[in-house]
Every structure is written in structure tokens, then in C-alpha cells.
Design a protein around this ligand. Structure first.
Ligand SMILES: C[S@@+](CC[C@H](N)C(=O)[O-])C[C@H]1O[C@@H](n2cnc3c(N)ncnc32)[C@H](O)[C@@H]1O
Length: 393
């Protein structure tokens, strides 16, 4: 891919990634700094920070800074203490890095050209920015090395948005995700991975192994041989999801497909240990158009993986789909509303909002429960308040 003109204009498929970031960041900061975690500090890393702006739009790094500022202003408006937010920006191209420094200055009045550590924004000193020229894996490794042996990072979110597959070795992602409350949104560069996964050139093979975290790519090459485009995609998504689940403490994976001209261009992988994070990210992804969502389920046969292009279906079709999933999967079970919500959140692509309770009401109307009770007292038919327990037929 020619990268010279990348920052001149933000293309639609790139915009989808940034919209997800926009939808996710402030709710995530709120959960981390004010939610049940109760942490006062949060770290946001942009591993491939870019120049900070496109001709027609802000880039990811400047968006992160603006969201942090918005969040502090919300705290001011509500008479709350401002949260401590650290922002680490890493950029590996000298020209883009210089442009990024200019854009940071434009937005914050911070001159980071001589600075390597975290520097507070003058008007928002609880936000501190560190901007590093260097390679993502090397800079992140040195930050993690500096933590010492027993420490873990403060709760953090890492956006990883490279140009190609050579710059995101699985090893560093694995190491980062070993930190307690760390999560990733990774642009997996599917198109290139798919193109080069069968390469015979030893150098390319070595890069692919590093990218996928494998000692040996030969068996994968054998597996993809003769497979259709869809089967290959299923195989690759399944492989990477399993790598994340087996080698890190991540508990939930969401994959998000972005197409360009009908072809799969990017697949974003979101990995988190937190159900709260998953909840917020699902909501963020559902707001973005023309894309497919896939919920990784460890127990599913890889051949069943299919991206669901939700915007192609109307709301009734989506509700019917979730209705079928719940009646099939939960048949015979007695579950509390919390357990049903957890199932919807972790085993389906559907967010809770606008889906879960509507579908339970549908099931009740179709006489799909043996009974529904509420241990806290009476309930009205078609409502599922806390304490509700239902026995699926
Ligand atoms: C896809 S662009 C990032 C776009 C940015 N996330 C945005 O949305 O505005 C990839 C960026 O990573 C930089 N880059 C390339 N290799 C890198 C590496 N190994 N480490 C850090 N940055 C790198 C490129 O110069 C480019 O600015």
C-alpha cells in the first residue's frame, strides 16, 4: 500500500475505525475512572498515532486528546474531581511525527518536541501526554520493561492501527495484555494477512509467524490450501481469536469486519477481560454502519463463524434472530435475568440495550416459558426487573 497520501483524506473504511473509537472512549474512561473499578487513573495508548489529522478530519491521536478534554469538562460541569488520564502516542515515521507534534500543539498548546515523558496539558493538567518517535513494539516494550517485575500497568486501552502486518508482533500484544486491566482494539489488516499467509518466501513467513504468534506457519498454510475466501476468513479469525484467548488473560473477543468495494479490507479485534468493557464496545460498534460483527464463541465449530451484517437486516429480523438464539440455546434452563443478560452479552453479537428485554417479552408472548417469577415480589407480564427468574421451555 502506498502510504504517502494516507493522511490527505480520511476514507470511509478508515472512518469506521475512528467512529468506533469516538463511540467507545468517553464511556470507557467513565467506567474506568468512576465505575466499579474505582481507579482514578487510566492510560490510553495510540500505538500507530499517525499525523493527527487528515485533510478532512482529525486523526485517532487528536481525537483521543479531544475526548480526554471533553471528559474533564464533563467532570467540571458535574462538580466532580477531574480524572487522571495518561495518553501515550507512538509514531514511527519522522514526517508524521513532526506533523503530530504540530497538531498536538494546535489543540493543547503543548510543545512536546523536546519531551519524552508525560507532560500535563496547561489548561487540563490532569491529562498528561507523552509522544514518542519510534516503533510501536519497541516503545511499548521499553515502557513495560520499566514497570519492574511485580507492577502492572494502570487500567489501559491500546489502539493498534498499523499499515501492514509486519509491525504488530503477537508477542508484544500478549505481553501488554498480561497487565491486569488492559484491552486492545487492533486493526488486523486482514487483506494483507490473507494475501501473504500462504507466502513461501522465508522472510515473509517469519513476519507472518511473528504477527500471528506461531512458531511455524506451515501447518496453517496447509489448512488454508484450497479453501474458499469465506472459509479462509473464518479460519484466520478463529486462529487469531484463539491465540488471544489462549495466551493472554483476555476473556471476550469481538471481531468487526470492514469492507471496501465488497472486499474484506480490515478486521478489528477487540479483546477485553471486562464484561463492562464488552458492553460498551458492543454499543460503540453497533452504531457504525455497513459493517459486520462476529462474537467469538470458544465452543463453536470454526466453520460456523459468520459475520453478521446487522445493518442489512431490519429491527424485526434482528429481534427474531436473537429470539431464535435464546429459545434454542437456553431451552430447558432456569435462569435469572442477570444470567440471561450475561449470555446475550458474551455469546451473541447483540447489545443489551433495545434487544434483550424486548426479545424476552416476545418469548413470553409466544408462551415460550414454563414460568416467570420474581423473587423480589410481583412483576407485570412482559417486564423483567432485577430478581426475575425464567424457566425456558
Ligand atoms: C494507519 S496509520 C495510523 C492512522 C491513525 N491511527 C489515525 O487514525 O489517524 C499508521 C501509522 O503508523 C506509522 N507507523 C508505521 N510503522 C510503525 C511502527 N512500527 N511503529 C509506530 N508507527 C508506525 C505510520 O507512519 C502511520 O502514521
Amino acid at each position: 500500500m502506498s502510504t504517502d497520501h494516507f493522511f490527505i483524506e480520511l476514507h470511509r473504511h478508515s472512518e469506521a475505525k475512528l467512529k468506533i473509537l469516538d463511540n467507545y472512549l468517553v464511556p470507557w474512561m467513565r467506567k474506568i475512572t468512576m465505575g466499579s473499578f474505582g481507579a482514578e487513573r487510566a492510560l490510553v495508548i495510540d500505538g500507530f498515532a499517525g499525523a493527527g489529522s487528515y485533510g478532512n478530519s482529525d486523526g485517532s491521536s487528536i481525537r483521543l486528546i479531544k475526548h480526554a478534554i471533553d471528559f474533564c469538562e464533563q467532570a467540571d460541569a458535574n462538580n466532580r474531581k477531574r480524572p487522571q488520564l495518561l495518553i501515550l502516542l507512538i509514531e514511527g515515521n519522522e514526517e508524521n511525527y513532526q506533523e503530530l507534534l504540530k497538531n498536538i500543539y494546535r489543540v493543547t498548546s503543548l510543545d512536546l518536541s523536546e519531551e519524552k515523558g508525560y507532560i500535563p496539558i496547561p489548561d487540563y493538567p490532569s491529562i498528561q501526554i507523552s509522544c514518542r518517535f519510534g516503533k510501536f513494539d519497541e516503545v511499548l516494550k521499553s515502557r513495560l520493561d520499566n514497570l519492574g517485575t511485580r507492577e502492572t500497568l494502570i487500567p489501559s486501552f491500546c489502539f493498534i492501527d498499523p499499515f501492514g502486518f509486519k509491525d504488530t508482533p503477537f508477542e508484544i500484544i500478549k505481553r501488554y495484555l498480561k497487565n491486569e486491566k488492559s484491552e486492545i482494539l487492533l486493526n488486523f489488516i486482514y487483506e494483507e494477512t490473507n494475501r501473504f499467509i500462504t507466502a513461501k518466501n522465508e522472510k515473509v513467513k517469519a513476519h507472518m509467524q511473528r504477527h500471528l504468534g506461531l512458531d511455524d506457519i506451515d501447518s496453517v498454510q496447509e489448512m488454508v490450501k484450497g479453501k474458499s475466501a469465506t472459509e479462509r476468513k473464518q479460519l484466520i479469525v478463529d486462529l487469531y481469536s484463539r491465540q488471544l484467548l489462549d495466551n493472554t488473560n483476555v476473556k471476550h473477543i469481538l471481531s468487526f469486519e470492514i469492507k471496501k468495494d465488497g472486499r474484506t479490507k480490515l478486521i478489528l479485534f477487540y479483546g477485553t477481560k471486562s464484561m463492562e468493557g464488552l458492553k460498551v464496545m458492543k454499543k460503540a460498534m453497533w452504531k457504525v454502519d455497513d459493517t459486520g460483527l462476529y462474537m467469538f464463541d470458544d465452543r463453536k465449530d470454526p466453520n460456523q463463524i459468520e459475520f453478521q451484517f446487522t445493518k442489512e437486516l431490519n429491527d424485526n429480523a434482528l429481534l427474531d434472530d436473537l429470539c431464535d438464539i435464546l429459545t434454542d440455546s437456553l431451552s430447558g434452563k432456569i435462569l435469572s435475568i442477570n444470567e440471561v443478560e450475561e449470555f446475550v452479552l458474551t455469546q451473541t453479537i447483540y447489545p443489551l440495550e433495545n434487544f434483550c428485554k424486548k426479545v424476552l417479552k416476545k418469548i413470553e408472548n409466544k408462551d415460550g416459558f414454563h414460568n416467570v417469577t420474581n423473587k423480589n415480589g410481583k412483576r407485570n407480564r412482559g417486564t423483567f426487573p432485577p430478581g426475575t427468574v425464567m424457566h425456558f421451555k
